[in-house]
Write a protein that binds this ligand. Structure first.
Ligand code: ATP
Ligand code: MG
Length: 360
């Protein structure tokens, strides 16, 4: 019995060391030379100084949360002019940025394929759910999960907080997580339990999650600026950004009928920002969403649930997954719309250790 316990403890320590090493290694990599892959993503706007761009203009870009060359190239002319940088200087800035970020103009489809091979995928904790998602929650895109209360959206968010820290396929070494909580439902105790399932040290796992509570939709936007800075300061260290949930505060702040247009405009800006951040910093963005109370019955006599947020959200999310409650811990996940996933479904369960397979 004692021997068993010692063996379990020893095994726990081995797994823990692997996870810790993975995070440390990615920290070290980030702090030393940028790797070939990161090279594409992390050209600091300070580089523009060497190309004759004035210090004040570089400061203006940074103050607006534009920290990288890719960030400049992703921002439209109008928005940079609004920072007080004039037309001539802006043309020069774009020119210099395009020179630094060679991938900006054309690359071959083979190069696209090579770049896509490097995109990591994060495990949901369920192999079947990972399969449904084409390998897991994908970097450089936005994955949206929507469903009724208790369907497991936040549980998946908590599980991802842990699995993101573990090494995975395609030389993925693990990394840190940023969690934006708009509904006050983040529970460190759940993280502890999920860490136990994977034999990881609870304290280490908690330390690797950067948490922010958003109080209103403007604050949610403000937080994105801080997150942008954080991602820029520690390139390659963070791998996942979670917003649980994307719409809750927008719903409260824009509750009047006449406010929907304004809400959608602001929501569109936020989604566009998230998409850019996912590409600029090579991170996965995971958002949760509620369903509309307007439930329709379709031809098959089955209720059709609609995510809220309208077309703006529909177009911005790369993969939209619908979660449905089943008996006890059983849940069903369905691909609702996706750029490249088949529209199929899969079952999973919610356990004390987070999202898991319903059966092997
Ligand atoms: P909402 O729309 O209200 O935010 P949600 O989809 O985020 O809902 P979750 O919080 O992810 O819902 O799921 C809650 C469900 O997770 C609970 O009803 C319960 O079934 C399950 N759950 C929560 N904690 C545990 C646990 N410790 N062990 C097993 N199952 C749990
Ligand atoms: Mg929730």
């Amino acid at each position: 019995m004692i021997v068993d316990k010692m063996q379990v403890q020893a095994e726990k320590e081995i797994v823990l060391n692997i996870a810790e090493e993975a995070v440390i290694e990615s920290e070290d990599r980030a702090k030393s030379e940028v790797s070939e892959e990161e090279d594409v993503h992390f050209h600091d706007v300070k580089l523009l100084l060497q190309e004759g761009v004035h210090e004040d203009d570089v400061k203006r870009l940074k103050n607006a949360g534009i920290n990288t060359v890719k960030g400049v190239l992703m921002t439209i002319r109008k928005n940079i002019l609004a920072l007080g940088i004039d037309e001539t200087k802006l043309s020069h800035i774009y020119e210099v940025c395009a020179k630094i970020d060679m991938n900006n103009i054309f690359i071959t489809a083979a190069e696209v394929a090579e770049l896509r091979n490097k995109i990591f995928k994060l495990s949901t904790g369920s192999k079947r759910l990972d399969q449904l998602l084409g390998g897991g929650i994908e970097a450089m895109s936005i994955t949206e999960v929507f469903g009724e209360f208790g369907s497991g959206k936040s549980q998946l968010a908590h599980t991802l907080c842990v699995t993101t820290q573990m090494p995975g396929p395609n030389s993925y070494l693990g990394g840190k997580v940023i969690f934006v909580d708009t509904e006050h439902t983040f529970r460190p105790d759940r993280i502890r339990m999920i860490a136990d399932r994977f034999n990881l040290n609870q304290a280490t796992v908690l330390d690797n999650i950067l948490y922010a509570r958003a109080y209103n939709s403007e604050h949610q936007w403000e937080l994105l600026n801080h997150i942008g800075e954080k991602l820029h300061e520690d390139p390659g260290l963070y791998k996942l950004l979670i917003i649980d949930s994307i719409m809750a505060l927008f719903r409260v702040d824009f509750s009047g009928l006449g406010e929907i247009t304004d809400r959608q405009k602001k929501l569109g800006q936020m989604m566009s920002r998230l998409q850019k951040m996912s590409e600029e910093f090579n991170i996965a963005v995971f958002i949760t969403n509620q369903i509309s109370s307007d439930i329709r019955i379709n031809d098959m006599d089955r209720a059709t649930y609609k995510p809220i947020g309208g077309n703006i959200l529909a177009h911005a999310s790369t993969n939209r997954i619908f979660f449905q409650k089943g008996q006890g811990p059983l849940r069903k996940a369905m691909v609702f719309s996706s750029t490249d996933l088949e529209e199929s479904e899969e079952e999973f369960i919610i356990t004390a250790g987070g999202v898991d397979d319903a059966y092997s």
